[in-house]
Design a protein around this ligand. Structure first.
Ligand SMILES: [Zn+2]
Ligand SMILES: [Zn+2]
Length: 138
């Protein structure tokens, strides 16, 4: 455990990058940013460190629609909002739904340890840019 707490420089930088953004980046984005500070780093190293950080409970891995994975520097459960126009993923500033947090078992005997909740629609930035007007116009 003590060994796990000692962070390598690479792991530390990857965690810093992830905590510096709320855009839920992909491993590729993190790789591009990490290269600015560690030119010799490889994509494989980035993936390895992301997995380690995930196991340590420092970050979360999210997969949206199963299409691609992205990473979240906030290690505690929170809800997400995904825009169907720009595909950006936002953190939702609302408390966890108590009813869901308290569930310990599904009706048919599966033990519940965590839950995920994702909202989707058209984000405020896309609304402001008139995305729906364009959609209505066809
Ligand atoms: Zn949007
Ligand atoms: Zn998040």
């Amino acid at each position: 455990m003590e060994k796990n707490r000692r962070m390598t420089r690479q792991k530390k930088i990857i965690l810093e990058l992830l905590r510096s953004t709320n855009t839920h980046p992909t491993a590729e984005w993190i790789y591009e940013k990490a290269r600015e500070r560690i030119p010799e780093i490889s994509l494989g190293t980035v993936y390895r460190n992301l997995n380690l950080l995930k196991e340590l409970g420092e970050i979360m891995e999210l997969s949206f629609g199963g299409a691609y994975k992205c990473y979240d520097g906030i290690p505690v459960n929170h809800y997400h909002y995904r825009c169907r126009i720009c595909h950006r993923v936002y953190d939702v500033d609302m408390p966890l739904v108590d009813q869901l947090s308290k569930l310990t078992e599904t009706g048919d005997g599966h033990r519940i340890e965590t839950h995920r909740l994702e909202f989707s629609g058209v984000c405020s930035a896309c609304l402001a840019a008139g995305a729906l007007d364009r959609e209505d116009a066809g």
